[in-house]
Every structure is written in structure tokens, then in C-alpha cells.
Design a protein around this ligand. Structure first.
Ligand SMILES: [Fe+2]
Length: 296
């Protein structure tokens, strides 16, 4: 195998039938998934990675929808969790063959690591196990590795069995988008990768603003969401989409963004409320209140 071909979906935000999107606005994510699936037909792929926010509210029924959707994909699927994925249903729902929540996989000269970038936001219960914080606190949290995930990643990214390591993670490190950037989280990754030269790059999601940028000399590829995407420079919405990657056995990697332009998802101008959210002038809950008022 000279080149490993991977497609990345992110932020699928599946809803139960008839469910309302968290935050009050979003595409029909099942229709967006169908469109992505159609676009993937005929592409030579070795595997698909989904980098979190698989469910919209972290509800068990949403994982049933996700499981049915991922079961339609024609190659093995690997998942890591996002801040919308509550730990217990995420860990227990993907029981079908070909759909994996493995933490690390090896592919020739490459090792893929699937990070849990919400681990540091979890609490420790009486039995010493990590559990999600109470209420909906997890839904709008930025990344935090915390001690146990950091220790695990330090071991996993050495690359004993591989020449090259690639990290799949919901929250991109040092995101180029101010409202999703977190100084402590950035510093956790800086410390971790300082003596991990085999890490060649990152594939993430979370921002719903697809982009590519550099972090500590490594490329960070941010995938689009199926729920809603934004082009902040053009000031427009973007259609749903995905990324493809080619990983060469010599350590070369490249990624391409695919957006599915369709009349269902016009690139209409961003409204003032969403611009205010990205500018840090509105919180997610204030935006949801505005949207609820408008639709009532
Ligand atoms: Fe998301």
C-alpha cells in the first residue's frame, strides 16, 4: 500500500426523527449525510473517520440514527467523540461490525490516534471513573485533554510501530477561530507534541468553519459539518461536506475539502446574530433565545 485514502466526516449532529436541532438552527443532517454518501460513491477509500459531534444532543436515539447511517458506508468507519457526544451512549452504541471506537489503529507506516478532547471536562465519580458533567455543560465546551488523556496520548503518539503518526481529534489544537480557541488546551498540545516528532498532522472538526492552518509546524485540517458551516471571510453559510486525505508511505500527506453545493444549502449571507456569535459578542444560549423568539 503506497497511499492510504481516507475520507473524514465531522460534526454529523444526527437527530432523532422529528427532533429539533440544538441551538435552534441547522440543516437536516440526515439529508446532508445522504448527499455526502452520494458524493462518496465511486471514490477509492480505505477507511472513513468521523471526528465527533456525532449526535446533536448526545441522546441514545441519535446514536441509533448514526449507527444506521454509518452502516451504509462502504468501508470501515472509525469514530472519536466530540463535546456533543455524551460518554456513555457514545461508548456503548457502536456495536455493528465495521464501525469502531478504537483509540489507535496502524496502517503500514502510519499510526492513527483517536483523541478524546473532552476528557479533561469530565468529572471523577465515587468509583474513580470519569463521567460527563451534569446537565448540558458538555455541549458547548471547548477542548480539554486533562491528565489521563494526556498520559494516554503521550504513550500513543510515540509511534513505536510506525514511522508517522496522525491525530484525529474533535477540537483542533490552537484553532484559528477565536471563540473556539482555548489557551490551556493549546498549551496541553504544545507540551505534548514538543518531543513527539512522528506526529505529522491533525484532522479535526468542531468549528463548523472548514480550514487548514499550521500548528507547531504541522498541518491542521478542519472538516466541515453536516449541521451548518460558515465562511467567515465571505460572510456566508456554506453547504455540508467532508474531507479526503492521502497518506503516503513516505510520510507525505495531503487533504482536500469537498463541499456539496446544492440549492438546498445556498451560500446565503450570514445574519447579524451569527456574526455576533463568531465575534464573541453573543453566547450560544443568547443566540438560541434570539432564534426561538424569531420562530415563535
Ligand atoms: Fe459540532
Amino acid at each position: 500500500m503506497d497511499v492510504l485514502r481516507v475520507a473524514q466526516l465531522s460534526d454529523t449532529h444526527f437527530l432523532e426523527p422529528g427532533g429539533d436541532p440544538e441551538g435552534g438552527h441547522g440543516y437536516d443532517t440526515s439529508a446532508a449525510f445522504d448527499a455526502v454518501l452520494d458524493d462518496l460513491v465511486g471514490q477509492a477509500l480505505d477507511m472513513i473517520v468521523v471526528t465527533g459531534d456525532i449526535a446533536d444532543h448526545g441522546a441514545p436515539g441519535e446514536y441509533e440514527v448514526a449507527l444506521a447511517a454509518f452502516s451504509r458506508l462502504a468501508c470501515p468507519v472509525f469514530l472519536c467523540p466530540g463535546n456533543h457526544d455524551f460518554d456513555r451512549p457514545f461508548r456503548s452504541s457502536f456495536t455493528a461490525p465495521g464501525i469502531h471506537t478504537a483509540r489507535q489503529t496502524n496502517h503500514g507506516s502510519w499510526s492513527f490516534v483517536y483523541a478524546d478532547s473532552s476528557s479533561g471536562n469530565m468529572a471523577i465519580d465515587d468509583s474513580g471513573r470519569l463521567r460527563d458533567p451534569l446537565g448540558g455543560e458538555r455541549l458547548h465546551s471547548n477542548g480539554s485533554l486533562g491528565p489521563s488523556e494526556t498520559d494516554w496520548l503521550r504513550a500513543a503518539t510515540v509511534g513505536h510501530d510506525a514511522d508517522h503518526v496522525f491525530v484525529w481529534v474533535h477540537h483542533p489544537p490552537a484553532t484559528d477561530l477565536a471563540i473556539t480557541r482555548d489557551a490551556v488546551y493549546t498549551s496541553e498540545w504544545h507540551t505534548l507534541i514538543a518531543d513527539r516528532p512522528k506526529i505529522r498532522g491533525f484532522g479535526g472538526g468542531h468549528t463548523h468553519v472548514p480550514s487548514t492552518y499550521a500548528f507547531a509546524g504541522r498541518p491542521v485540517f478542519v472538516a466541515p459539518s453536516l449541521k451548518n458551516n460558515f465562511d467567515l471571510e465571505a460572510g456566508t453559510w456554506l453547504p455540508p461536506g467532508y474531507r479526503t486525505y492521502e497518506f503516503g508511505s513516505d510520510g507525505q500527506l495531503s487533504s482536500q475539502l469537498h463541499l456539496i453545493d446544492d440549492e438546498r444549502w445556498p451560500r446565503r449571507p450570514l445574519g447579524r446574530a451569527i456574526r455576533s456569535l463568531f465575534a464573541g459578542e453573543l453566547s450560544h444560549s443568547e443566540l438560541a433565545e434570539i432564534i426561538a423568539r424569531r420562530s415563535s
